[in-house]
Write a protein that binds this ligand. Sequence first.
Ligand code: AMP
Length: 566
Amino acid sequence: MFFLEFARACETLEKTSGRLDMIDIISKELPKLSDEELPVFVRFVMGRVFPDWSPKKLDIGPNLLYESVGYVVGLKKDKVIDRINRTGDVGKAVEELLSDKNHLSQQMLFFHEALDLVSVYNELISISEQGGKKIQAGSEKVQREKPQQEKLRGVRRLFSAASPLEGRYLSRIMLEELRIGVGEGSVREAVAKAFGVDSALVEHAQQALNDMGEVARLAKQGPDALQSVQVTPFHPVRMMLAQQGSIADMIEEHGEIAAEFKYDGSRFQFHKKGNWARLYSRRLEDVTAALPDVIQQLLSATEHDVILDGEVIAIKDGKPMPFQSVLRRFRRRHDIAEAQDAIAMVPNVFDIIWLDGETLIDLPFSERRKRLESVVTQYLAPQVRSDREEEITKTYEAALAAGHEGIMIKVPASPYTPGQRGKNWIKIKPEVDTLDLAVIGAEWGEGKRAHVFGSFLVACQDNGKLMPLSRVATGFSDEQLAEVFELLKESVISESGKEVTFEPSLVFEVGYAELQASSNYECGFALRFPRFIRIRDDKDIPDVETIENIRERYKRQANSAQAYQR
Ligand code: AMP
């Protein structure tokens, strides 16, 4: 498939608003594709380049992209940014710029070799590989600059061969946000429709493989191929997630339930096969190098080939330390040995996903727990099973007394459902008024903070669409503002006066005194006394608080205010 055909399909999808129509359009494209093209098309149409399990990153920041486009069209980066500010969209701005250039040099059109879907993919892979390369010889500066130069060259090569319409989607793919409104659910339905297979089967295969591209290839082979998928070591699956709920409701619905401490640390997935072991974060990043102590502990806990799910916490004097100490270790790139001495990291294992070649996700939790207990000798999260509310409440109190966040309640009969926030895992913790929100904009600081961002615009989501909810300007130390600046400076997509807009990438936990109904923001709410609590870099943009949840909280808040007045 030519990349232009892909771009045309995206253009049609961008103009389509109905979900069913979108599914129909995608499902008609899929059968035309070769086995090599199919996974690439499927990932691209979701705005992704790599399989979801892959910790690889494209790592083309907006700045690198603007510079490359500027080079190709003969403009300085500032002029490219001006155009983006005017159109309000990187893709459309790139399209316009390439179109201006083609008017100026008509002959360019004839010299182009048409871009092909798979060759674009291969070029992106090679661009991504430039990022992490260490160049041995030369000064430190050369070590840092060389890979950037290589990346830049690759990106320029693609833009110089792209037509304006291709430029629109190429730039969006490079920023890994296609903005055509196609989510994983629509692609799942389209795959099912295209190849006449059950969409539940597609979903199940996606849970095990964590790569819709590969799932589409199997769907083309038929239901048996989908049915027989296995979880693969070193291809992390998404983490199963929890909802809020109550002990009494869970007992009423399920009878006997399992309760475990809710550890306030960082989620991990441990993969081990033979002598090879890796550790992945909640975002499925490979954090092996940062946590050799945790790897050692887990290796000493089992001789088997396993994929384990758990939470790592930091312990000092027998007490859990705040969650930040753990995150700091997950992010660490240097001086890892020193960091190990300062803080003891302890893994708590609570689930098993794969054992000695067998995929366990469809087994009931009680059965998985038995397997877990039979092969993992240390670091197991203790579990209490009971159908009595007092007993579970006692565990909850013990968890809080020991300095943990609360408890997790799990349904013994439930399968492991990767990536799902279902009702089979329920978290019980004291109500705290904080929300996890996406950082979508900022304002430059003033005075001694003039070189960093000083206040931030944060957003909740409505089915994936981000909606501004509040500005956050308090709660930051100078150190934190500097850290946030470093994390966000490459994500600026537009700037006007003191205001900047970001390609959303960072999640803040924001505390507040009260939720207020407000017409200032489209979502209809605002936060009273918002304050920054912490960066949640274990969470991604799709994990931010939903507007439904905020409405719920608002109702609960109103109810408790009435109760107080009575
Ligand atoms: P939350 O991040 O508040 O949605 O709570 C869910 C998170 O609690 C999970 O993603 C884990 O990182 C963490 N957690 C801590 N202890 C447990 C446990 N025993 N079982 C499952 N998740 C746990």
